[in-house]
Write a protein that binds this ligand. Structure first.
Ligand SMILES: [Mg+2]
Length: 492
């Protein structure tokens, strides 16, 4: 780093001031993080989604979904046989990406609707920044073409957001099929490709292919079962009411819960709703509950009570609230899908919400490395130096500032690649929060890597969001790397 004569002393003392104190403390991946203050003292009723909330799946499930959907494209949609050469690529995509259906581009967008340059992929290859800027006349994506609150594309919306963990194989398949067509110079319509892949992935779920495969080899596909069991047991021992609202069918949930909890799993839950059709469940008042027998038969009688031990299908939240009386902030619902599981509950119904973000565990592990901490400290210092020194307009000073700016830009790639070399972190686009992060902070009171994090807290615990200074407020502490404390955490 070159520093102009006469500025060396002031520059280095400034640098020392700007380098944040690096704490040797790391963030505990079992922490529950809060966006909004919430006390477990107030929570009497706990609700759960099933897939990726109570049941966690191994990496084999994504390979299974990818392979089945790829074969459906070939067999049912007459896609080229050559597609079979593609295998699932673990760690290609991350959750929360946007896909431009018209242009066949997968990309990461930040909280301010800007595309993160360097994270735009056509097929399996990165699109040069200049090309992206030319296509979008800059890097901003207007609201009109973004998908709605629930990540769905409707008329005129060409950007679909993938928020589901199940969508990782879908994004990878889309990228592989685009790659195949481009490599073979086949003229194709990207809109048809998107719809066909979407339909093939949906068929894997709807036609029960995935359910049957998981049920046939449950040990291969479900992991962390005992921790979910321990959480449910703890809640039950403390007299908490519990319910399950899942979009999955009863057989599949029953088989999984038998594996996770045991054959008496239904004793733990006061209400069990399957095939709920979320997010429609939270909005559509018309769909009544229907009883399902243990053998899967549907009964025709009108539902006047939601009884423990019985299984109900579909229904809607308005009817659920009327029949149970479980309203407002005494209810905490956990789910992994920020839109389908949590958005309506926060926006319309006032339940408290907990987001399950399994990716946190991997990202926190990276953030705890010395390499990452030093990178962040230097990035912060460099930013501060540029901010302070830019006022010196003489050519020598400007040359140094320009060098710092180039160094800061070069660090963008490092801070991205350390998480995922294509798309970086789920939570950040360089300095800004991602579109995903913005939604997470809006719709989830608390968030955590897995439901098992609850085992670290007692039922008197209050989660306080950290009071990070607003831009116009003066910070109380300079340190970037403050350990996320777990006050009153159970240590035994
Ligand atoms: Mg789920």
């Amino acid at each position: 780093m070159m520093v102009p004569n006469g500025k060396i002393t002031s520059c280095f003392s400034l640098l020392l001031d700007l380098i944040p104190v690096i704490s040797t403390n790391s963030v505990d991946p079992d922490t529950i993080f809060s966006n909004n203050e919430m006390s477990l003292r107030d929570i009497e009723i706990y609700g759960f989604d099933y897939d990726y909330t109570l049941a966690f799946y191994s990496r084999h499930l994504h390979t299974l979904i990818f392979n089945i959907a790829r074969d459906i494209l070939i067999t049912n949609h007459r896609y080229p046989e050559g597609l079979r050469e593609y295998e699932y690529i673990p760690n290609f995509a991350v959750r929360g990406l946007h896909y431009d259906v018209q242009k066949a581009l997968l990309m990461k967008i930040d909280a301010f609707h800007y595309i993160q340059l360097g994270t735009v992929y056509r097929g399996l290859h990165s699109v040069p920044d200049e090309e992206v800027i030319a296509m979008y006349q800059g890097s901003h994506v207007p609201l009109e073409i973004m998908s709605d609150f629930y990540g769905k594309s409707s008329h005129g919306h060409t950007m679909k957001q993938f928020m589901d963990i199940f969508s990782l194989p879908e994004m990878t398949l889309l990228s592989c099929v685009n790659d195949f067509f481009m490599r073979h110079n086949i003229d194709y319509e990207p809109v048809h490709l998107y719809k066909d892949v979407k339909e093939a992935i949906r068929d894997v779920h709807v036609k029960g292919i995935m359910y049957r495969a998981v049920e046939a080899d449950i040990e291969k596909y479900i992991c962390y079962g005992e921790q979910s069991h321990a959480v449910l047991k703890k809640l039950s021992e403390h007299g908490k009411k519990m319910f399950l609202i899942t979009n999955s069918p009863f057989d599949f949930v029953d088989r999984g819960m038998n594996y996770i909890v045991g054959k008496d799993w239904r004793d733990l839950f006061d209400v069990v709703i399957v095939q709920a059709d979320k997010p429609g469940f939270f909005n559509d008042r018309r769909k009544p509950f229907r009883r399902v027998t243990d053998k899967g038969a549907l009964l025709w009688d009108r539902i006047h009570r939601l009884e423990k031990g019985k299984i109900y299908k579909q229904g809607n939240l308005y009817e659920f609230l009327r029949l149970t009386g479980w309203r407002g902030s005494k209810v905490l619902y956990f789910g992994d899908h920020i839109y389908s599981d949590l958005a309506d509950l926060t926006l319309k119904h006032g339940w408290r919400t907990g987001a399950i973000i399994p990716e946190l565990r991997k990202e926190i592990k990276i953030m705890n490395t010395e390499q990452y901490m030093h990178m962040m400290a230097w990035l912060q210092a460099l930013t501060g130096l540029i901010e302070q020194m830019q006022v010196h307009r003489d050519p020598a000073s400007q040359a140094v500032v320009d060098e710092w700016i180039r160094e800061r830009e070069a660090m963008r790639a490092q801070t991205k690649d350390i998480f995922n070399s294509q798309f970086g972190s789920l939570f950040r686009t360089y300095h800004n929060p991602t579109y995903f992060s913005r939604r997470l902070s809006r719709f989830a009171d608390i968030y955590m890597a897995s439901i098992s994090c609850l085992l670290n807290y007692d039922f008197q615990h209050t989660f306080f969001p950290r009071r990070t200074p607003l831009q116009h407020e003066s910070p109380f502490c300079r340190s970037l790397f403050v350990k996320a404390p777990i006050p009153n955490r159970i240590t035994s």
